[in-house]
Ligand binder design. Sequence first.
Ligand code: AMP
Length: 511
Amino acid sequence: MSENHLFGAIRAAIPAPGKALALLADGRTQTYGDALALSARLAGLLVARGVKPGDRVAVQVEKSWPALALYLAAVRAGAVYLPLNTAYTLNEVEYFLTDAEPAVFVCRPQIAQEARALAARVGVACVETLGADGEGSLVDAAAAFPADFADVPRGPQDLGGILYTSGTTGRAKGAMLSHGNLLSNALTLKDAWRFTADDVLIHALPLFHTHGLFVASNIILLSGASMIFRAKFDPREALALMADAGSGATCLMGVPTFYTRLLDQPELTREATARMRLFVSGSAPLLAETHRAFFERTGHAILERYGMTETGMNTSNPYEGERIAGTVGFPLPGVEVRVTDPETGHPLPDGEIGMIEVKGPNVFQGYWRMPEKTRSEFRDGFFITGDLGKIDEKGYVHIVGRGKDLVITGGFNVYPKEVEGEIDAIAGVVESAVIGVAHPDFGEGVTAIVVPVPGAGLTEEQIHRALESRLAKFKQPKRIFFVPELPRNTMGKVQKNILRDTYKDIYRNVA
Ligand code: AMP
């Protein structure tokens, strides 16, 4: 093993050192050569700070150019990159530092003092700071190190990253991703979505999640392409970039909320998006309605794909061929997808709803220091995703919801997505979330939280009536609540745990 498996491939894909990699908000352009130099300096610094191959480098910083270079530096130094959501409190960070035992923790300058005290307490030897504009000790200290670095050899099995799953219940688990996982998945996606050095991606996703870090950034790097690198998604700016021939923008990768926010802009038209070749959506379900509305306005069929922290991407709608709204497409090349009976684990025939399981070079190496948990989530080499779904007669995979979202009422299984689909089809409904709430008679009561169109004057009674003829009695919500919007996390996922908590006592006195 003489190569660094992931970085060797990234390095080999560089078209020319002067080629633009990242176009920043302040107007500066950072080239591939700049990325090589800054990541070399940062890798030199990490090693000087005691980082050895396999050591974790924990990072909780705003999205910035040096933050991207820091990811590359960690990979080059043979370390395991461990990005953390900036929304985590210090209390939560304490858990991650204790669990992962990183050699270095890079944090925002604003929390430097508390972070140093915390690091001292939990035994993390080194803390550096990195601010949104590149300020802080990290980049300053890196300047003293050379602009080249002998990449530490790493094989396909060696870890390149640990991402803690957003896990809404229980302890967060660190998903261990190897160089082989990351490289194979990015190369597969690059081919599946036809990325070339001519592409310019609007990169407005966070860098602490698999979507923005491993999907978006790795694909661009391995294509020798460029990205318009933005800390946050601003729909007006994104549209202006798409409409401006000078920006060169060709693609957008987003979570569903990017697309609903774009649809709110009157400037979203066929002309404004005429230069774009691809819109990708994932990380949360894209409403079929959003897919259709976007197609009507722009002529672009959003390409929806399905993945998760533990596996990278598993399925994708086709680049050529029909992109079907409400589905997540076909298994990616090299990835096997099967649907099993959640109770027995036996594979089910196509068309039947069950547990989605995946196997392939993308599937992670297990949960950090949780061998039991890891074992219990694999079956015959397949990872049990926790997502319920089915494969239709054309081979398209459909996600029906999370296993833990399944509502069992009076002994009957209710898939929230089915009920949500019926509610969403009612005139005057923007969207809905269906949850199970403890019920003294039924075990759980189907409960709907509905976002109405403002001013539509929709009533609970109207919804009950509309559902009467469309859903079996046991699937119909026992209670319906109206809210102005659903709680979502930064990746656009509806936080059903928050809803379950808010409404947990509503059936308490019904018996
Ligand atoms: P995360 O690990 O945070 O990326 O979350 C992964 C989970 O997001 C998956 O297990 C799915 O439940 C959900 N997910 C990701 N992409 C999609 C999609 N296109 N449609 C429906 N759910 C999705």
